[in-house]
Design a protein around this ligand. Structure first.
Ligand SMILES: Cc1cc2nc3c(=O)[nH]c(=O)nc-3n(C[C@H](O)[C@H](O)[C@H](O)COP(=O)(O)OP(=O)(O)OC[C@H]3O[C@@H](n4cnc5c(N)ncnc54)[C@H](O)[C@@H]3O)c2cc1C
Length: 345
């Protein structure tokens, strides 16, 4: 039976090391336990926060006035090319397993913190790969209907840092994810320039899985994007802002303010603009500090709590200053990537 604890501080459960106490906290060791706990809380009208690895979460200093269900379910089932993984398994452990087994498709996602159950939430992606390429289906508990079900990849609506889970927050609890990872000693085509250069291959070439994993981990370490107790820059929630997606008219306005700005033209006429470029050119360099909160010295997009001396309010003050500065200079409003609980940006 699961133990219900009162007043557990959430800071140690987040990679930012931030967040006040939870009214109640329970670690759930199986899908059945997760469902039972969430269903009972819903019946009682008690707010629920499903907690994975806490690597994409900003929790308020006041904490969470409800039940925190810490996902701790384990299990990996392999059926041919399909692998079904319980939500509480570590994501990077799964990548390491896939690479060791010679299964291609997630090697570029090495070193991303967090649990498997969170990977569909924001369609986790990096170095040219994302979840939409390998997820086949997601086992969910639907809190609206009280039923268990499976969402196909299409039904998950996986798009750039977005999904049906973000569209309709709190409706679904992810219990397990099924990926298709075919046996292949080579990676998918390498489409990310920095990675291709590091591997010494041409864009679009493939490379041995273990080499790709090693190169990605090395690149990520250089940016403070691998959790490392000895690296204060890694006390973050990853990228704090998503890249800006502008409609053609908005992009034309930005062109007037910032001629020749870096851009990727997207299908449908919209334009993606790197948030890091906007932030740096609005006057916020790497290492920019506001009190105890700091932009990573290695990566402009990461807002950090380097000495573990900041509060959530400090971190959000910094993020707000950056967002407002970019809006003033470029007329573009950056959107936060991490989920903010109990407060707002
Ligand atoms: C150093 C660092 C580097 C990062 N690099 C990347 C990167 O390259 N690419 C990228 O996409 N992300 C990156 N991230 C962000 C983060 O690691 C991912 O978003 C990850 O998938 C979050 O997993 P988590 O288990 O920690 O989720 P949590 O932070 O615990 O939760 C995030 C959200 O998902 C919800 N949630 C969690 N589990 C479930 C579940 N089972 N069912 C329903 N809802 C759930 C939570 O309620 C919350 O709203 C990085 C973060 C850090 C700290």
């Amino acid at each position: 039976m699961t133990e219900r604890l009162a007043g557990v501080r959430l800071a140690p459960y987040t990679t930012l090391g931030l967040g006040g106490p939870a009214r109640a906290f329970v670690a759930a060791g199986s899908a059945e336990e997760i469902v039972e706990l969430v269903a009972a809380a819903d019946r009682a009208g008690e707010p629920v926060l499903v907690l994975g690895g806490g690597s994409n979460l900003v929790v308020s200093d006041e904490g969470f006035d409800g039940l925190v269900v810490k996902v701790a379910s384990r299990g990996v089932e392999i059926d041919g090319d399909r692998i079904t993984v319980q939500a509480g398994e570590g994501w990077d452990e799964l990548v390491a397993l896939a690479v060791a087994e010679g299964r291609s498709g997630i090697e570029c996602l090495s070193g991303i913190p967090g649990l498997v159950g969170s990977t569909p939430i924001q369609n986790v992606g990096a170095y040219g790969q994302d979840m939409s390429e390998t997820i086949i289906s997601v086992r969910v508990y639907d809190r609206r209907t009280g039923e268990l079900g499976d969402l196909s990849a299409r039904e998950c609506g996986l798009a750039y840092r977005h999904s049906v889970f973000k569209e309709d927050p709190g409706r679904y609890v992810v219990l397990a994810v099924t990926y298709e990872l075919p046996k292949d000693e080579l990676s998918g085509p390498v489409t990310y320039k920095e990675l291709a250069v590091r591997l010494g291959v041409a864009l679009g070439d493939r490379a041995p899985l273990a080499e790709v994993r090693a190169a990605v981990l090395e690149l990520r370490r250089g940016k403070g994007m691998v959790l490392d107790a000895d690296d204060p820059d890694s006390r973050s929630a990853g990228s704090f802002f998503t890249n800006a997606i502008l409609f053609a008219g908005e992009a034309a306005e930005l062109e007037l303010r910032a001629p020749g700005f870096p851009r990727w033209d997207m299908p449908g006429g919209s334009v993606k603009v790197p948030a890091a470029w906007l932030i740096e050119n609005a006057g916020f360099p790497k290492g920019y500090r506001r009190g105890p909160a700091r932009i990573s010295t290695k990566h402009t997009l990461a807002m950090t709590n380097p000495e573990l001396a900041a509060t959530t309010a400090d971190l959000l003050d910094l993020a707000r200053e950056v967002r407002d500065g970019v809006r003033e200079k470029f007329g573009v409003t950056l959107v936060n990537e991490p989920v903010i609980v109990g407060t707002r940006l």
